[in-house]
Design a protein around this ligand. Structure first.
Ligand SMILES: [Zn+2]
Length: 360
């Protein structure tokens, strides 16, 4: 409910300030300051006929279609390679550039997003976790979401042995949705081995067999599908092997996730894989160094912002696009809201509000 309210407030604020042309003025000011590069971060593009799931990470296909048409009419959408060239030359392009990126490699990227992109002649980058190439295995939050939909349990008992499990009532769909999001937020930054343990104990508590939850979850792209994307000219980037939160892992494990995924993806696409994306936006100075040492040319984060002059190509900021980000309270695309978000005005206002008070 609170996130719904927050999104409505953002949309309302955008509608109020749009006629003042403040977002356009702010975007111009940002460009003069050398920030001209938007890297948009998508996840799933959800087919219109898919039943509404408890856990959804992405935007509806119809919304995506309208959004892309708008973006293509306003920005020069370029490949990651061209974007990096501009970054390196330290020149400012005459118009803002945008790069479209998709994390996690869901199959709907190929079936829903790619036809829309191709109809506009646009390119994009897809970040793939190599573990899914062989078995198209869904990510653990998807399995958790499905298990919470399928279970007949009414509660999850607190478990003193696992501090993240403070217990949840899961009688209604709303309670289940809340439990799902809270659980994911509490365990997602744990080491992969502990996430696996948490999943096992939760599935047991829910009385749902892993295979059953898995069968109902959205799949990721298998190797031949990633090859199809690469052959169509899209950029394939690495999103590690198993999508761990890298700062929670030791240096050797981080290195093998970063190096092995590149090796495996290069085998699949038959060419160099040069771009990396930190799973869950998690990185440290060590992670950054390992990515650079592994021979990549760039890495994207989930840090909000607009890229430009002087940026570290291994710590590129992005603007995350979720269902709520650019839609009005009834779920329709709101160009006014997207324009205000892209201008950087909201990010700047949020930073200012969060900044500690300055003492005179
Ligand atoms: Zn991811």
């Amino acid at each position: 409910m609170w996130s719904g309210l927050r999104n409505t407030v953002r949309w309302g604020a955008a509608c109020l300030i749009a006629p003042t042309r403040l977002p356009r003025w702010y975007a111009g000011r940002r460009r003069l300051g050398g920030r001209w590069g938007l890297i948009l971060r998508y996840h799933r593009v959800i087919p219109a006929d898919e039943p509404l799931a408890l856990y959804r990470i992405g935007i509806g296909a119809d919304l995506f279609k309208t959004q892309v048409a708008w973006l293509a009419s306003r920005y020069r959408i370029v490949s990651l390679q061209e974007f990096l060239w501009w970054l390196e030359t330290e020149k400012t392009p005459t118009t803002d550039l945008a790069v479209l990126t998709f994390d996690d490699g869901y199959t709907d990227n190929l079936t829903e997003a790619v036809p829309v992109l191709q109809s506009h002649g646009l390119t994009a980058a897809f970040y793939i976790s190599a573990a899914g190439l062989d078995d198209a295995m869904p990510y653990w939050p998807e399995i958790l979401g499905k298990a919470l939909e399928l279970t007949e349990a009414q509660t999850i008992a607190p478990d003193p042995a696992h501090e993240w499990n403070t217990g949840w009532a899961i009688r209604t769909r709303q309670e289940r949705a809340r439990a799902c999001l809270q659980m994911i937020a509490r365990i997602r930054k744990l080491p992969a081995a502990r996430i696996a343990e948490a999943m096992e104990s939760t599935l047991e508590a829910l009385g749902v067999e892993r295979e059953r939850a898995l069968a109902a979850s959205p799949r990721v792209l298998a190797d031949h599908q990633v090859r199809t994307l690469a052959a169509a000219g899209f950029t394939i980037g690495s999103h590690t092997v198993s999508h761990p939160y890298l700062p929670a892992e030791d240096e050797d494990r981080q290195r093998s996730e970063i190096v092995e995924s590149r090796r495996r993806l290069e085998q699949v696409v038959g060419g160099p894989v040069l771009d990396f994306c930190y799973p869950g936006g998690g990185y440290t100075a060590v992670t950054r160094r390992l990515v650079s040492a592994a021979g990549y040319r760039s890495a994207t984060t989930t840090d909000a912002g607009v890229a430009g002059a002087g940026d570290d190509p291994f710590l590129l900021p992005r603007l995350g696009i979720g269902q709520a980000l650019a839609s009005n309270p009834i779920g329709r695309f709101s160009p006014v809201l997207l324009e205000t978000e892209i201008s950087g005005l909201f990010t700047a206002a949020r930073r200012r509000l969060q900044a500690p008070p300055v003492r005179a």
